[in-house]
Write a protein that binds this ligand. Structure first.
Ligand code: XMP
Length: 517
């Protein structure tokens, strides 16, 4: 692999993704890793990420400098670049001149192996206070800016390179090319990381793990469980049974998407549990968001366990016991729960798909090493319908946490109609790429006066919450064009009689979360 050393910036994951986009498998490791540990992993290259500190600050993330003597090609980025400069005998100083955001950089000479062939003047994205003043002996200066005399350097002999700016962000003009140059040309890595290879590799692994035992999988309708289930099915066919719990809190058309389109395209054996009555029964009279979440989570587990008992009994009778459970865990979940690196444990969402710990199964987690965009690529390769692989995030508790107030069947019907209209219009306007997700929320306990037709109405408002985001940790409200908003508003108020007002949520996250509950 290529190892991406995490110095605590939120950029390390992004770097790892960009490395994979360049066709090279990458893994995140903490900055506390030693040279011996690195050597044991036999990496083909190392990328040092940015970080929030000054290299001279007390408590600044440390790094084992002997790693630079292993003969492994290294690319340092931002803080990683400065760590490199200092370790190798250059100087890093604080001039008091900071650079933040878009900055003009000038390539020096031919630009070396990483900037070679690129335009001399480029716009790059910076975020630093300290700067490298002098490159280490034997290193060529490859770029400068108005305030940074050494904005990039490199040594072809040692195969060590660094840039002050962030090549992994889209605002840096030729950023991805820098990574590609480093990986393909400096480190000489053959790009072979692609959906087809990952599938082939996983299929082999799953077959070896499972043997002739039986496997079950909880299908939620979301991307991760859809792809992990299809992948396992590809490996072991009908040794797998997928279970889909319809909790009555799904959006319009979602059940059909799973039962019809997904099953048709993958051939997965599916059992649907019709649990809407049970869920709505337990949700009756409940308005507190956390209580709703708890009830939905608990009932999900109960429904799942019910089917599980039946399936286990059936499998036992047939002499091939169920031993495994499929989970759609992704690499960011692994990293964020501290399993992959030293990155801070930020927040782990308890998926309603998240099953109890005491289930007597071994887990199959075929997506554990993958990022979301890779999961989508694999899903497409496996022929899963676009409506599922391209789906925006939807919370496990479903529409249950998008009705502010008590959840009832009638209110769910109202919200389902309004949501379907909003989604269709946003898609028709070509905004799916720009919008991370757009919760549509029914304020069921709020009423306002309106006039519809000739009469006075006393209806409910619908909130549109379109947000743009990279990872849902932070988000901004999306500037949806007024005419699109107008169409959504007109259609909803015309077609959903209970709604007489449509409002737009213009709050970023923080302070507002993406969901309302
Ligand atoms: P918030 O509202 O915390 O949401 O800004 C961040 C992201 O997480 C999704 N979300 C959930 N996903 N189970 C999930 O699988 C949940 O219980 C849950 N709650 C929120 C939310 O839609 C957004 O993408």
């Amino acid at each position: 692999p290529v190892l991406v050393v995490d110095f605590g910036a939120q950029y390390a994951q992004l770097i790892a993704r960009r490395v994979r986009e360049a066709g090279v498998y990458s893994e995140l490791v903490p900055h506390t890793i030693t040279a011996a540990e690195i050597a044991a992993k036999e990496p083909l290259g190392i990328v040092l990420s940015g970080g929030p500190s000054s290299v001279y600050a007390e408590g600044a993330p440390t790094f084992d400098d002997t790693i630079f003597e292993l003969g492994i090609p290294v690319l340092g980025i931002c803080y990683g670049f400065q760590v490199m400069a200092r370790a190798l005998g250059g100087t890093v100083g604080n001039t008091g001149d900071r650079e933040y955001g878009a900055t003009a950089a000038t390539v020096v000479g031919e630009g070396g192996a990483i900037l070679g062939g690129q335009p001399t003047e480029q716009n790059v994205w910076m975020s630093h206070g300290d700067a490298v003043q002098e490159a280490p002996a034997g290193f060529d200066v490859l770029a400068t800016t108005a305030v940074t005399p050494v904005a990039a350097f490199g040594s072809p002999a040692k195969r060590l390179y660094g840039v002050q700016w962030h090549p992994e962000v889209k605002h840096s003009d030729h950023g991805q090319q820098i990574l590609v140059n480093f990986l393909h040309h400096v480190a000489g890595i053959e790009p072979d990381w692609n959906a087809g290879n990952v599938i082939a590799e996983q299929i082999e692994k799953i077959r070896a793990q499972v043997g002739d035992a039986r496997v079950i999988s909880a299908l939620s309708g979301g991307v991760d469980s859809a792809v992990s289930t299809a992948l396992v099915h590809e490996a072991i066919g009908d040794q797998l049974t997928a279970v889909f719990v319809d909790h009555g809190l799904l959006r319009k058309g979602e059940r059909e998407q799973v039962e019809r389109d997904y099953v048709e395209s993958t051939g997965v054996r599916l059992i649907t549990v019709d649990a809407a009555d049970t869920f709505l029964g337990h949700l009756a009279g409940v308005t507190d968001p956390e209580e709703k979440r708890k009830i939905i989570g608990r009932e999900f587990i109960r429904s799942f366990e019910q089917v599980q008992r039946d399936l286990v009994a059936e499998a036992k009778a047939e002499g091939a016991p169920i031993k495994f459970l499929v989970q759609g865990t992704l690499y960011p979940d692994v990293v964020e729960s501290g399993g992959g690196s030293g990155t801070a444990n930020i927040k782990s969402h308890h998926n309603v798909g998240g099953l109890p710990d005491d289930l007597d199964f071994e887990l199959i987690e075929p997506l554990r090493a993958l990022f979301k965009d890779e999961v989508r690529a694999i899903g497409r390769e496996l022929g899963i319908p676009e409506a599922i692989v391209g789906r925006q995030p939807f919370p496990g508790p479903g529409l249950g946490i998008r009705i502010v107030g008590e959840v009832t069947r009638e209110r769910l019907d109202v919200l389902r109609e309004a949501d379907a209209i909003a989604r269709a219009e946003l898609t028709a306007a070509g905004l799916d790429g720009e919008i991370w997700q757009c919760p549509v929320v029914l304020l069921a306990d709020v009423r306002s006066v309106g006039v519809q037709g000739d009469g006075r109405t006393y209806g409910h408002p619908i909130v549109l919450r379109p947000v743009s985001s990279e990872d849902a940790m932070t988000a901004d409200w999306t500037r949806v064009p007024y005419d699109v908003l107008a169409r959504i508003s007109n259609k909803i108020t015309n077609q959903v009689p209970e709604v007489n007002r449509v409002v737009l949520d213009v709050t970023s996250k923080p302070p507002g979360t993406i969901e309302w509950e």
